[in-house]
Ligand binder design. Sequence first.
Ligand code: SF4
Length: 295
Amino acid sequence: MHSELSNCRICPRDCGINRYLQRGFCGANQYIKINIAQLHYGEEPCLSGSRGSGTIFFSHCNLKCVFCQNYMISVEGYGREISEEDIVQTMLNLQQKGAHNINLVTPTHYTIQLISALQRAKTEGLTIPIVWNSSAYEKPETLRLLKGLVDIYLPDFKYFHGVHAKKYSHAPDYPHYAFESLKEMFHQQGRLELDENGIALKGVLLRLLVLPEGLSGTENALRKIAYELSSEISLSIMGQYYPAGEAGRYPELSRGITQAEYKKVLDTALDLGFTSIYAQELSCSDFWTPRFVRR
Ligand code: SF4
């Protein structure tokens, strides 16, 4: 029993509901629910390496973007509930299969349960780095609970303007929380550190999803990060947007991004002095999206 779940204020939604009886905005109850756990080769090279990243895709989400590429699990909630003991075993199995890391995808709404699962997994022999792969719509005080348990923070900064965060994710306060969370992550783990084979060991790798029509405000986000935090943060500039989920209902979101849009963001990052940058070939497809299970 986790007391924090009986009046859930884990994330900025601040639902204040009892997850043993109800579901909040995220859709999750007291049980961890996952869709798939597998070795994944589509992450940044420092995470996927040659043996794959041990990714665990959690069902439900506290942000629920209308264009989500994992819509089937984030919004529709497909997956299976598992016990804390099962999630520990899942992590240990991925380590045994050779995963370079354990990559927790969309974990925010399960932070409390994952803290005790990670503590337990570590006592049972989990030694590879833990990756917190989140939307960054988190409370810094919740992230502080993860200190010493998470090695690599992989936040995905989605919006600089509250008006867009409101329209596409019902979260007008997203820019504030995402920036404050990034500060806490950088404070905890600092710059990205790689081993001699280029595999990430610890630190922050900031993803920036570039949306069409400048909707993500990525250039402004980069300016704020460079001026108010640090240009030493490693960046992964994501050009893989394609209209998924309900994006078709929004004409401005109904296409992938152009080379020019992507290049503008990349040039801005370089002009601002960021030197550690993962850039992508543009691909408006779901090639790297896992095949989720409808159950
Ligand atoms: S984790 Fe879920 S229930 Fe808890 S505050 Fe966030 S959205 Fe609400």
